[in-house]
Write a protein that binds this ligand. Structure first.
Ligand code: SAH
Length: 477
């Protein structure tokens, strides 16, 4: 069995590093070395544009020679020829120079991990050269869970170092305990000043660290967009705050995979609106305020984007009124993602230069949409919450001047189990089968299905401008 490898972090600044190869992979390796301040030399008979574009690199345009290894600390190869790779690796070995060979683990004395950087913190994931894909997948997972917490904890820890030392000796706490405390503090949005005060309190009241920690925590709520359903469409920030939440108030439309990101001991409160049952908005807002005042880390998780027809603004105002800090984490709105899932771009060069997002829901106290005027705006109309009113909407738009044969796409449960899409003409929308949650797209782009090979001819049928000049050669715009 092979001995396990020994991980290190290299300081390459000012040290010569050789990259053999001039292609895309070589350019990537060189770029990473340049970013760490290395004195980078590239050798290759030919350089790809990516390599030519690199600043701060010396390029030698010829085949590799052994003398290229003179004065080199680290060599990395990205060449097609296995024999050349073997030759470089052997010579590097003779000279005691560490060697990384892209895609050829057998010739590596060094393998490169997948890296997540956050300020001075480096998280490196290695499969010891066996599966770079798995390394980067795992790195993404870890990065999503950490968010920027570690570097914030580091900043805090450096700023309060002497106090931390005192705490450690007076209370016999481990560094881990202390970092846990700072992290809790940081997640609650406390400033450095407050963190220091907390540390001072903790020294003064060594018997009640838990109480001190809750009391010093500033109330804070995260208003988070969960995206259209599939949890892979959430932002890294959303995943990070979810993982740290004590309590999550979520909508009915939030995908189940999304809720798996919540810590197992966190409380889930379903405040989703369903037929026959609706939690009043005021109650949700006051619940948010109350939970925040209890010192809990609260996440309000909403489908799509919190501020796109999601009443996120009302919650933000209620929190502001109550003096509770909040952070908005935007999400991918179903207004964009649902059409995309059906192969419909909401704008398209030469076809639709604008997109209007409207609610089809008529509620008391909300000005209703002037559909007839909207018919004259042009571009694409995306209707959320419009299934029940679709007959009225189609009728009004046609009265306003939209052609009866205007293409329509209805996309249900986009990116979730049971996703489906149907197409029709505007004058058929009233009788088209449709079930909420669905997004209705009205306009020429609704005829597109970019997932199908027939897409290009369908688009071409719309006219010569529907395809960008790049696709048609020069002279068109
Ligand atoms: N803030 C949300 C929209 C809330 S309104 C966002 O930005 O996406 C709820 C409406 O969004 C639904 O009635 C439906 O029209 C649309 N919707 C939400 N999820 C959807 C999905 N997965 N597929 C299609 N439409 C969806």
């Amino acid at each position: 069995m092979r001995a396990p490898s020994y991980p290190v972090v290299l300081r390459v600044a000012g040290r010569r590093c050789l990259v053999v190869g001039g292609g895309t992979v070589a350019a990537q390796k060189a770029k990473g070395l340049v970013a760490s301040g290395a004195d980078v030399v590239m050798v290759a008979p030919w350089f790809a544009p990516e390599s030519l574009a690199l600043d701060g690199v010396r390029r030698i345009e010829r085949r590799y020679r052994d003398e290229d290894l003179d004065d080199v600390w680290l060599v990395t190869t990205a060449v097609d020829d296995e024999a050349v790779t073997a030759e470089i690796a052997a010579e590097a070995g003779n000279r005691r120079i560490w060697c990384n060979a892209a895609d050829r683990p057998a010739h590596c004395s060094v393998t490169l991990p997948a890296v997540h950087r956050d300020g001075d913190i480096i998280v490196a994931v290695s499969t010891d050269g066996r599966s770079p894909g798995l390394s980067s997948w795992l790195r993404n997972r870890i990065a999503a869970n950490l968010g920027d917490l570690p570097s914030r904890v580091l900043t805090e820890a450096v700023a309060t170092r002497s106090r931390l030392r005192a705490l450690r000796s007076s209370e016999g706490l481990s560094w881990h305990d202390l970092f846990d405390r700072i992290a809790d503090h940081d997640a609650s949005g406390a400033s450095r000043h407050e963190a220091e005060r907390f540390l001072a309190d903790a020294v003064a009241a060594p018997d009640a660290p838990e109480q001190a920690s809750t009391a010093a925590r500033r109330p804070r709520v995260h208003l988070v967009g969960a995206g259209p359903g599939d949890r892979d469409l959430m932002t890294l920030r959303a995943a990070a705050v979810l993982a740290e939440a004590d309590v999550v108030l979520h909508d009915a439309l939030v995908g189940t995979g999304v809720l798996d990101l919540v810590a197992p001991d966190a409380e889930l409160i379903d405040v989703g609106k369903r037929p026959g049952r609706a939690v009043p908005q005021e109650l949700i807002s006051s619940l948010l305020v109350e939970l925040a005042h209890q010192g809990r880390r609260v996440v309000r998780l909403k489908g799509g984007d919190p501020f796109v027809l999601g009443r996120g603004g009302e919650e933000a105002l209620a929190l502001q009124d109550a003096g509770v800090d909040y952070e908005v984490v935007p999400g991918v709105s179903s207004a964009i993602a649902a059409p995309a899932a059906a192969g419909v771009p909401v704008t398209h060069r030469g076809v639709a230069a604008a997109v209007t997002i409207v609610t089809g829901h008529r509620a008391e106290g909300v000005p209703s949409v002037d559909w007839r005027a909207l018919a004259g705006v042009g571009g694409t109309i995306v209707v959320l919450m419009g299934v029940a009113q679709r007959a009225l909407i189609a009728g009004e738009l046609m009265t306003g001047g939209l052609a009866p044969d205007t293409p329509v796409a209805v996309v249900e449960r986009a990116t979730q189990d049971g996703e489906s899409s149907r197409r029709c003409r505007l004058d058929e929308l009233a009788t088209l089968e449709a079930h909420p949650p669905a997004t209705i797209v009205i306009g020429p782009v609704a005829a597109f299905d970019l997932r199908s090979s027939a897409a290009v001819s369908a688009i071409e049928a719309l006219g010569p401008d529907a395809i960008g000049s790049d696709a048609r050669g020069p002279g068109r715009s």
